[in-house]
Design a protein around this ligand. Sequence first.
Ligand code: AMP
Ligand code: MG
Length: 427
Amino acid sequence: MTSTDQRYDPSCMDDFDPASLDAGQALTQIINTVPRPHEVETVPIQDSLGRVIASESHSRINVPGHTNSAMDGYAICGEDIPVRGQAVLSVIGTSWAGRPFTESIRPGECVRIMTGAAMPDGSDTVVMQERVEKNGDMVSIDSNNKPGQNVRQAGEDIQAGEIVLESGKHIRPAELGLLASTGIGEVTVYKKLRVAFFSTGDELRPIGSKLQKGQIYDSNRYTLYGMLSRLGVEITDLGVIGDERNVIEQVFSDAAAEADVVITSGGVSVGEADFVKEILEQHGTVHFWKVAMKPGRPLAFGKIGNAWFFGLPGNPVSVMVTFYVFVLPALRKMMGNPHQEPLTVTATCSSKLRKRAGRVEYQRGILTWEKDGGSSGHSYRVSKTGPQGSGVLRSMSDANCFIILPMESSGVEVGDAVKVLPFETIV
Ligand code: AMP
Ligand code: MG
């Protein structure tokens, strides 16, 4: 590496420590330690978004409730479809969505029908309106139709008595709709996790104040706020706490008394750790780890009083990476979600990535799906987002994925395959 490279990308600076804990082991230890939830409550379905079903609910009805048309067209008897040529049928009425045709139809007859309208008795097939020729009260249909087509059967989505959502199911917009379609208005879910967080550091100032030399605005509480809000936990923002023993001690014990989980940022790296360590040793059991990972080497995990504690590093990118890698899976377990490995893809790297062996790295990347000359026509490509320093929050903001480089990797050349963890999915 040239000195110019080093100046532009401080992320390459050497902070390798052979005594570090393997990131996978740290995660396993955290996941095996935190409990599943047990307290439940029954809430209106709108309030259940992002939460986890604690007790399965059964449908009392078929969805759809009646066999109905999937198209605007004509409901006919399937046996009227001609083998060749045309068949002429007389239109004896209309079935609207919500206003069904209440009589039966006989062979040779049909009913004008709208999408979602109940099929009249005697009919079993719908011919699209574009596929008929209309002549007054008569329509003619041809042989290009199949009995049973364009019809949605009663109960084809959910049958009466069936379980709508199993317990352990995470509720997304689709689940809200599914519950609503069965007429269920309330569900039993695990209680919301209460998460309190604060930032530590004498240099931190809240937005709105003027910065003196050496001071910075506190950004970690905002990224934490964002990540926790999306997760749907109950949040208590305890603000910025200066590096002052008595105050930190007080805030820790207040936070632990009112929250299930306490998250802090800053103050766990060497130099400061002893101070926080002393307080935490008095009030709980906390491990201070140096994880073989970049960004995010210092990490504290344990218990203060009855609350689970995550002490994240101070650097803004490290906070986000350690949250996603260690805290998010732990919170999900405490919320009742079954453990799921995040979905990753393999991409061809368009950037040269510097790295030293001996730690896992989460570099920030831009993932695209691009045309290539290969047999399948397209492939994933990923490039890094500028400087990768653990204080460069822009690298997260520009990114749509993490490029995960394993322990043993000692860098990536242009064209190498890399493992990528995309940030967002649509539901
Ligand atoms: P620390 O772990 O407390 O030594 O902090 C490591 C680095 O992260 C230092 O440069 C801090 O100024 C910075 N830092 C700590 N907390 C925050 C915060 N809440 N917002 C932005 N930067 C922070
Ligand atoms: Mg600090």
